[in-house]
Design a protein around this ligand. Structure first.
Ligand code: CAO
Length: 452
């Protein structure tokens, strides 16, 4: 027997007052279980709220522009008999929304398809995919990994497109507000097949697109026990940004060692005198980087969205990559040039605690000029950090180690800090990068320079 039930907004990751940007149902509509009812858009993600059961919409309780939180009533739905068990919609599917700062240049390079991936995994997408279903491989465009360009389509349509190996961002939707329908996906595939695109023979528009294989679809349970774990929201958002930056920026990494033997002795002394603070090498690196940004202003810059102009910044805000249980975040420490080592140590402690307690606001993660990613507390001898667009360079720091260094007469034991400077080769030439890295190393090698 039919049962009139209210459908509520589910858990939307603790967000309140999230605007409704689309209402996809009207009274009288039949909805299937998991069909999208409304679309919400927070500052970080667009989320489609699916129907928890099948039925007929009797009354819609929301309109575009309303702001909702968990528990708000979406609609009254007359549920089909056996389906009428749940009234709260399931947790919505989130698509990352635009990052606070836009990408510098829509370069002709291509990028992995809609599913964002951490950099290392993105690299794997170029590997052969033995278990992938045969599918047309359309040319991919770099804008696909721009989270803000996430196309409108229901989870079912997205799944259908994935199944066919189709990049949904290539499809023009024929539904309301450009919404992509199932027919649009099949029409796209038919067209691609008719125009000669087939597995292993994808067209490459103007030679500018990368022809990437679809993501491998593998039933891992065939090989042993597995467990599924959804990516956190932070991982999805940072993954999309990393994938875009990795695909669009021609990266080169310059390596350099800094002799921090004297700096380390000074740091230890400073730590003993200021026991309430944790003074790590990172604060010195921040000061050294700012000195280098002043010397080489090309590094304190961003490409504008046309890719034809550099914006040079006269302020010195440094982003610090912080590892949290939910993924990587990059809070920004402002005006590093105006702060002393102790102030920076205090602020770094506060901001990394805030990051790990998930209390960072968007404002605290924007406005960076240059980032530092320090893995020195963990280990490693070098790595290749990914530039945090629209910045043009990032300094990776590995673990300092005692090494024998030739001083002209003999090998002497020195504490050497490995630095890995990744830069956007569109903006920075190799020679300039080498000069910047040497400059940073010199600053750290002679801390008196940091006072200059
Ligand atoms: N070499 C040797 N030792 C180092 C070091 C280095 N380069 N950098 C830090 N250390 C030491 C510190 O002095 C500290 O030692 P004590 O415990 O004896 O005082 C210890 O390592 C731990 O330091 P820390 O990591 O807690 O502190 P930090 O200021 O160096 O870094 C933070 C703070 C927030 C950057 C760090 O905790 C973190 O999250 N790092 C990971 C960043 C990351 O994930 N980057 C990868 C991003 S992908 O590109």
């Amino acid at each position: 027997m039919a049962d009139l039930k209210e459908v509520h907004v589910p858990d939307i990751g603790g967000h309140d007052n999230v605007p409704v940007i689309e209402v996809l149902i009207k009274p009288g509509d039949r909805v299937e279980k998991d069909q999208s009812l409304i679309t919400l858009e927070s500052d970080k993600a667009t989320m489609e709220v699916p129907a928890p059961f099948a039925g007929t919409v009797k009354e819609v309780k929301l309109k575009v522009g309303d702001e909702v939180s968990e528990g708000a009533v979406i609609a009254q739905v007359e549920a089909d008999g056996a389906d009428a068990t749940a009234s709260k919609a399931e947790t919505p599917a989130a698509a990352p929304a635009p990052a606070p700062a836009p990408a510098p240049t829509p370069a002709p390079a291509a990028a992995p398809a809609a599913a964002p991936a951490p950099a290392a995994d993105a690299a794997k997408s170029a590997a052969p995919a033995p278990a992938a279903a045969p599918s047309p491989r359309p040319p991919l465009d770099a804008t696909i990994v721009m989270p803000g360009d996430a196309p409108y389509a229901s989870p079912a349509v997205r799944a259908f497109a994935r199944e066919l190996g189709v990049d949904i961002a290539q499809i023009k939707g024929s539904g309301r507000s450009g919404r992509i329908q199932r027919e649009d996906v099949s029409g796209y595939v038919k067209h691609a097949l008719a125009s000669g695109a087939r597995p292993g023979n994808a067209p490459v528009a103007g030679g500018n697109g990368l022809s990437l294989l679809p993501w491998p679809k593998v039933d891992f349970s065939k090989f042993g026990e597995i467990e599924e774990k959804p990516l956190s929201r932070i991982q999805k958002i940072s993954g999309a940004n990393l994938a875009r930056n990795w695909a669009m920026i021609p990266h080169v990494t310059q390596h350099e060692d800094a002799d921090i033997t004297e700096l380390e002795a000074f740091r230890k002394k400073l730590g003993e005198e200021n026991k309430e603070l944790k003074i790590t090498p990172l604060v010195f690196q921040m000061k050294a980087v700012v000195a280098a940004l002043k010397e080489y202003p090309q590094f304190n810059a961003s490409l504008d969205e046309t890719g034809e102009k550099l914006i040079l910044k006269k302020y010195f805000h440094v982003g610090i990559a912080v590892d949290t249980p939910d993924g990587l975040v990059v809070p920004v420490i402002r005006d590093v040039d105006k702060k002393g080592l102790l102030d920076l140590a205090r602020e770094l402690g506060e901001i990394s605690k805030k990051a790990r307690d998930k209390k960072l606001g968007p404002a605290e993660m924007s406005g960076g000029c240059f980032s530092i990613s320090s893995l020195g507390g963990i280990g490693g001898t070098a790595f290749t950090p990914i530039v945090n667009a629209p910045e043009v360079a990032i300094l990776g720091v590995s673990k300092a180690a005692m090494k024998p260094v030739w001083n002209g007469k003999e090998f002497a034991p020195r504490l050497m800090l490995p630095l890995s400077l990744s830069y956007d080769h569109r903006v920075i030439d190799g020679a300039l990068a080498a000069r910047f890295a040497v400059f940073v190393a010199k600053q750290l090698g002679d801390i008196r320079r940091l006072l200059l």
